[in-house]
Design a protein around this ligand. Sequence first.
Ligand SMILES: NC(=O)c1ccc[n+]([C@@H]2O[C@H](COP(=O)([O-])OP(=O)(O)OC[C@H]3O[C@@H](n4cnc5c(N)ncnc54)[C@H](OP(=O)(O)O)[C@@H]3O)[C@@H](O)[C@H]2O)c1
Length: 368
Amino acid sequence: MAVPSTQSALVQEIYASPLTLKRIPVPPVTPGSALIRVLCTPVLSYAREVYNGTRRYPYTVPIVPGSSCIGRVAALGPDSTSLQPGQLVWVDALVHSRDDPDDMVLRGLVAAGTSGSKKLMDGVWRDGTCAEYTLAPLESVFKLDEERLTELGYADSDLATLTRYLCLGGLRDINLQAGETIVVAPATGAFGGAAVACSVAIGASVVAMGRNEDALAALEATFPRVRTVKITESVEDDVVALKAAAGGRLIDAVFEISPPQAAKSTHIKSCILALKRGGRVSLMGGIQDDYPIPVREVMRKNLTLRGTWMYNREQVLALIKMVETGILKLGKQGGKKDISVFGFAEWEKAFNYASDNAGWATTVLLRP
Ligand SMILES: NC(=O)c1ccc[n+]([C@@H]2O[C@H](COP(=O)([O-])OP(=O)(O)OC[C@H]3O[C@@H](n4cnc5c(N)ncnc54)[C@H](OP(=O)(O)O)[C@@H]3O)[C@@H](O)[C@H]2O)c1
């Protein structure tokens, strides 16, 4: 496949300023990397808040925004031994430094707080996937079994929803098992709904907690073994409701995926208080302020609180296996109601649509 020397890409020249669609060079493929032709890339519900500066995400400009993508291998570094040109792949935006994996960056989105992570963002691993071609480290490029996925009825737009299901990282970090009961809170957002889907696929029963009763009812109608609880102002009432929704079983685990605006919500405390002795809590949410944790209960009940930022390679491979074996359904087959695709030139419309229709049932994609 001939690779052009220039390409069309979205670029932000000045931090928090509007994006522009322009022609930029196609990055040369280097040892340790793969050049990927982008097929489609998902838009975060909070992309508008990231790129207009509201979320104050640290990233360097000029930048090509974006996160993960579905694509095809266009060219390979000379040290690649397994990927093939033309192969269908899922490209992870997460890049680990090779000489210190604790330095991480999400290309096109955010540096993770260390000086090493800033160095990656300032330098070679800055640009994301809102371009016709994207350069990725070989280890961030995951082969997909195209034949099998086509047999299962998936289009690339369904496969692009894969990223959201990587909440599997937090679920595996707390070792969620078949037969257990987990509370997912809030369950109605993009990652929360995906956590419900993954928990059910693992074989757990789920108590989905949230504010929006219609969205909760839709989860209960879509997945087996899901009951719901509406968040109220009363921790006491919510603990009773969570235990009742578990139907007499003890609650083994909690998956927390709150956005920053939920900092004052009481649901995390209620979930922790509803846990059985020895229960586990996965904290994956994005609350930026400190919030109250009932530490006495954590101590008395031998609870484990486990934070997870993103996921690891083993967890990505496990997720792909769950999809390719049909255990976990993606896209419309998995209960999504709306997969809306926009061109790069329509980025602003796409960001607004993603924000206005935030939630589990909608996925917004950009396509070159
Ligand atoms: N740890 C990680 O690696 C990782 C990875 C991805 C994302 N995150 C974090 O996870 C957060 C959630 O992501 P998402 O894509 O699922 O967001 P989203 O689609 O915007 O969903 C937000 C969820 O939060 C609920 N919510 C909003 N305001 C609330 C409040 N005041 N009290 C209680 N619930 C509230 C929403 O429910 P309503 O319907 O009631 O509004 C919805 O369920 C992000 O903000 C991000 O910071 C972390």
